[in-house]
Write a protein that binds this ligand. Structure first.
Ligand code: SUG
Length: 435
C-alpha cells in the first residue's frame, strides 16, 4: 500500500465576499463590507495548488457549493409572510426571491465559506482505525449559520471522491446537538503518514466573548465512529486566551505533521499535560513551541504563522508553507528565519499569496483537507495535475466575477452569474452530477 498525504484544496467559489459573518474571526469582522475579488481569490487558490504540486506533493480539489443556496435560504431563513412561496420542495431558482429573507440573514446564503476545506471533515487515516479503512466524517459546522448548511454538499462530494468502500468509510455529520468544525481542530502525529499515529482532538471550553465552535462531545463521537484506539487518542482543551484573542479554530495556533508539533505557547489550556501525554506515545516527537515573548498571540493570529501547511518534502525534511502576511510581520518572520537556520526538522519556508482568503480568516492550511490515501483509490476527477489546474484557471478567468460589493448580493443577474460559473466548472471537471 502506498499511502500518501493528499491535500484537497477547496476551489474558491464565485460568491466569495466579505459579509463579516464569523464572530470571533477577527479578519472576517474587520473586513466586513469591503469589496471582494472572487476571480483573484480563486486564482490565488489555484496558484497555491500549483506551487504545492511543483514541490512534488499530491494535490486534490473540492468544489464550490451552490450559491446562493436557494434551498437553504428557504429552509433556514423564511420570511413569515412569504412562507408558502418558498422553494422548500424544489429549490428551484425560479421561485426564490432574495426578499424572502430578512436582510440581516441574507448573506448566509451567499457565503463561499466551503472554500476552507479544513472544515469540511475530520479524517482518520487507515493505519489508525480498527477496520484499516480511512474514515471521514463531514463536519456539521452548526455554530455559524452561514456554515451550517455546507455539510450536504460536502457529504455529496466526499461520497463520490472516496466511494471505494474497501479503503474509505464516509460518515454523515454527527447530529448538530454538538458543534464540529472538522480537521481544523484535529491533528495527527506519528512516525510517518503510513504507520499508526496519535490523533489529537482539540476542543473549546470557554472563549471569552467569542463562541467555542468545537465541542468535546462531538470530538469523542467522531473518535468512536472512526474506531480509533482509545490509548492513542487525546482530547485537549484549547486555551480560553487563544479563542478570546481570535483563534476560532486550533489550526490558527498549532499545526502538526508526522513527528513535529509546531504550536504557540498559549495554544492549549494545559500544555504541560498535553506534551507529557504526547511524548509518552511518541518518543521521537519534536515540539517546536513559539514563546509568547517572541511572537505575541496577536501577531500569530494576524500573520497566520500557524495556519501554515507543514509538509514532508519528497526529497526529505519538512517545509512550512506560510502566507505572505507571515513574512510581513517582523516578529514572526524573525522567529521563522531563526528556526529554519537551526538544525530542526523544518528545513524550508515557502511563501504563498492567499490574501483574498486571508481577509476572511482563511490561510493556506484552512484551504486544504488532508487525506492520507493511495491516490489511485480516489475518484480521479478530484485529483489535480498541472493540466487540470490550467483548465480550472481558464473557467475561473472566464466566469468568476471580478468584484463583489455588498449591495451586489441583491442583484439577481449576479446570482445567475455565480450559478453559471459553478456549472461551467462542474462541466469542465466532468462532475455535473453535483449539479
Ligand atoms: O469559519 N470565515 C471562516 C474561516 C475559516 C478558516 N478555517 C480554518 N481555520 N480552518 C470561518 O470563520 C468568513 C465569512 C464571512 O464573514 O463572510 C468565514 O466564514
Amino acid at each position: 500500500m502506498l499511502l500518501t498525504e493528499i491535500n484537497f484544496d477547496g476551489i474558491i467559489g464565485p460568491s466569495h465576499n466579505y459579509s463579516g459573518l464569523s464572530l470571533g474571526n477577527l479578519a472576517s469582522s474587520s473586513n466586513k463590507g469591503n469589496v471582494s475579488h472572487p476571480k483573484a481569490a480563486a486564482l490565488q487558490g489555484v496558484e497555491k495548488m500549483r506551487h504545492n504540486l511543483r514541490l512534488g506533493l499530491a494535490q486534490g480539489v473540492l468544489l464550490p457549493h451552490p450559491r446562493p443556496d436557494r434551498l437553504a435560504q428557504g429552509v433556514l431563513l423564511p420570511h413569515p409572510r412569504r412562507r408558502s412561496s418558498l422553494p422548500i420542495e424544489t429549490g428551484s431558482p425560479s421561485c426564490a426571491t432574495v426578499e424572502d429573507v430578512p436582510a440581516s440573514l441574507r448573506p448566509a446564503a451567499f457565503s463561499a465559506s466551503a472554500m476552507w476545506a479544513a472544515n469540511a471533515a475530520t479524517v482518520s487515516p487507515a493505519p489508525d482505525t480498527a477496520d484499516g479503512r480511512c474514515h471521514l466524517t463531514a463536519a456539521n459546522l452548526r455554530t455559524m449559520s452561514h456554515r451550517s448548511h455546507e455539510w450536504p454538499a460536502t457529504l455529496a462530494q466526499l461520497r463520490i471522491a472516496f466511494a471505494d468502500d474497501r479503503v474509505f468509510a464516509v460518515h454523515p455529520p454527527i447530529p448538530a446537538t454538538f458543534g464540529d468544525e472538522g480537521a481544523a481542530n484535529h491533528m495527527r502525529l506519528g512516525a510517518s503518514h503510513d504507520s499508526p499515529g496519535v490523533e489529537v482532538f482539540v476542543y473549546g471550553q470557554r472563549g471569552g466573548a467569542f463562541p467555542t465552535r468545537q465541542h468535546v462531545e462531538a470530538s469523542r463521537a467522531i473518535a468512536r465512529f472512526h474506531r480509533l484506539d482509545p490509548d492513542r487518542t487525546l482530547f485537549v482543551a484549547q486555551s480560553e486566551d487563544a479563542i478570546a484573542a481570535g483563534a476560532f479554530h486550533n489550526d490558527v495556533v498549532a499545526v502538526a505533521n508526522e513527528n513535529v508539533l509546531l504550536a504557540h505557547e498559549l495554544a492549549f489550556e494545559d500544555r504541560a499535560d498535553f506534551y507529557t501525554s504526547l511524548r509518552r506515545l511518541l518518543p521521537d516527537l519534536h515540539i517546536l513551541e513559539v514563546p509568547a515573548g517572541a511572537v505575541s498571540l496577536d501577531d500569530a493570529i494576524r500573520s497566520y504563522l500557524f495556519n501554515a501547511q507543514l509538509v514532508t518534502l519528497p526529497g526529505g525534511g519538512m517545509g512550512l508553507i506560510v502566507p505572505e502576511e507571515a513574512r510581513e510581520t517582523p516578529s514572526v518572520w524573525t522567529w521563522l528565519e531563526e528556526m529554519v537556520a537551526g538544525n530542526g526538522p523544518i528545513r524550508k519556508l515557502f511563501v504563498v499569496d492567499v490574501r483574498q482568503s486571508m481577509a476572511n480568516g482563511g490561510g493556506p492550511a484552512c484551504l486544504r483537507l488532508r487525506v492520507v490515501a493511495e491516490p489511485s483509490r480516489v475518484d480521479p476527477r478530484f485529483m489535480a495535475d498541472e493540466a487540470k489546474l490550467d483548465g480550472i484557471a481558464s473557467v475561473i478567468e472566464r466566469h468568476w466575477p471580478d468584484r463583489i460589493e455588498p449591495e451586489d448580493l441583491l442583484r439577481p443577474e449576479l446570482w445567475q452569474q455565480m450559478e453559471a460559473a459553478r456549472f461551467a466548472l462542474l462541466a469542465r471537471l466532468d462532475l455535473a452530477e453535483l449539479g
